[in-house]
Design a protein around this ligand. Sequence first.
Ligand SMILES: [Zn+2]
Length: 172
Amino acid sequence: MRWGPPGLRIAPEVTFPDHAALAAAERWADLAFVEQTGALARRLYSCGCSHWETSVAVDLENDGESPSDPRVPWRCAGHPAPTLPLRLDHGLVVADGTRWDDLVDAVVKGARPRLLGLPRDDPSVWLAWLHHHLEGLPASEPLARAIVRRLDDLDPSALRSVLASPAGRPAR
Ligand SMILES: [Zn+2]
């Protein structure tokens, strides 16, 4: 787990930052998708495959009683593929027998798979997130096909923000 100097953040218009670039860069502030802000409480953390931003100071010495208390030391334990059946928010379920067209339709109509603060709240972004979340599972293939069948119903500018991040990946 690495962290940058105070004030850094991922540029708000970047939907999926390039985590490999974060892992490789000596100075995060030099990366085009990282911004220096004046907010000194703001910190950017990355394990190389995901990232975390915070804008509030939290005590590292804590009793661990609150679920939001940080548990240190931090290290990346990997991001394994989820096991099925996978129950997501809004009644979305990924399992053997999932009707993919129905699931994609629900997301297109506003169902959000997780309570995540993605930089852009749009069906394209959520479908990209879900596809990445299922990476490594056979389920990712029928999902991809179902997404392609609905391309005409997705907002072109949101879709562009997903496709314009070839090296970037949404965090599981
Ligand atoms: Zn990681």
